[in-house]
Write a protein that binds this ligand. Structure first.
Ligand SMILES: Nc1ncnc2c1ncn2[C@@H]1O[C@H](COP(=O)(O)OP(=O)(O)O)[C@@H](O)[C@H]1O
Ligand SMILES: [Mg+2]
Length: 301
């Protein structure tokens, strides 16, 4: 089973739409899919799935009152099911790491081929941690400076959070904090410099961090494309992330802006993308193929 996370920093770039579209396409190709609304502050994946009043939601799981299985809802598409996000509490900021690990442990036990997490905007730890723990990391941007800027920030924070987690695990956090305080004198400018320095002090850390770091590879989706030349912006974002953070990004493909999409909401029961335009459906298909191809090239399922 594969856990996917769809994130990317900025709100409104189409993360929920892309998560829904990928889930729908996977289900239509015969996989058993569970879409999980992990946008803890702005859950709306149920609406993309055509479910008006989802009822019990993830909040119950975090309160220890329901299992994930009990929260699963059917959609009108065979093979596509969903778990609604927390609609009761406006903010689940500060889920403990025990909560998060339990969440992932239970996600892995779901009876499904693919579990897709629709993440919230921003760089809250809950969002970064969910993204880092996923097997397939999908970032969604739109061709506009604000989205691309937030994407850099998102990647930078991912890198920082991942390093912090490994340092914490190895009980090196205080030592690293001291180094960071004196970074100017030590010629340390970036998170990677700090990681290298700490690697010089502990072979065990180096080995562990290298292993984690190798999982930090993103699939980039460009959404809301209006003109073909905008694809250049995804390429530029990809090169910048590689250059500044040394994090590889596989460009998965783009999805057109569909000016009639809003008509689909409330139009017919079931997932709104079921009735999407040919261009949108084709875009989602090619993005899914792009992601699966990039994984296959690395020998991954
Ligand atoms: N390719 C697209 N064409 C037209 N509208 C889109 C497209 N992608 C997203 N939208 C619309 O933009 C808004 C934000 O999308 P959403 O998926 O909710 O973003 P996010 O989850 O990143 O906050 C929604 O109203 C959605 O229907
Ligand atoms: Mg969303």
């Amino acid at each position: 089973m594969l856990i996917w996370a769809v994130g990317g920093g900025k709100g409104g770039t189409g993360k929920s739409l892309i998560a829904n579209g990928l889930g729908l396409r996977l289900a239509e190709r015969g996989s058993r899919v569970v879409l999980v609304d992990a946008d803890f502050g702005g859950a709306n994946q149920h609406t993309y799935c055509g479910l008006r009043h989802p009822g019990a939601n993830l909040g119950r799981f975090f309160e220890g009152k329901a299992s994930l299985e009990e929260l699963i809802l059917e959609t009108r598409i065979p093979g596509l099911r969903m778990i609604p996000g927390n609609l009761n509490s406006p903010n689940t900021d500060g889920l403990t790491s025990a909560h998060k690990l339990k969440f992932f442990r239970h996600l892995r036990k779901l009876d499904a081929d693919h579990v897709l997490l629709d993440l919230g905007a921003g760089t809250q730890y809950d969002t970064l941690d969910s993204f880092l723990l996923a097997d397939v990391k999908v970032a969604v941007i739109t061709p506009e400076p604000l989205a691309i800027e937030n994407f850099y920030l998102f990647v930078k924070n991912l890198q920082f959070r991942q390093l912090g987690a490994v340092l914490g695990e190895m009980r090196l956090r205080d030592a690293a904090r001291e180094v960071w305080k004196n970074r100017a004198a030590m010629g340390i400018a970036t998170v990677l410099d700090l990681a290298r320095h700490m690697g010089g002090t502990s072979a065990e850390f180096l080995e562990r961090y290298r292993r984690e770091r190798a999982t930090l590879r993103l699939h980039l989706v460009l959404n809301e494309v209006r003109e073909f030349r905008q694809v250049d912006q995804a390429m530029a974002a990809r090169s910048a992330v590689l250059k500044f953070f040394q994090i590889p990004v596989d460009y998965a493909g783009f999805v057109h802006h569909d000016k009639d999409l809003w008509h689909q909401f409330g139009q017919s029961p079931g997932p709104i993308l079921k009735g999407a335009s040919f261009a949108m459906t084709h875009g989602l298909e090619s993005v899914l193929d792009g992601i699966l191809k990039a994984r296959a090239e690395r020998g991954l399922p």
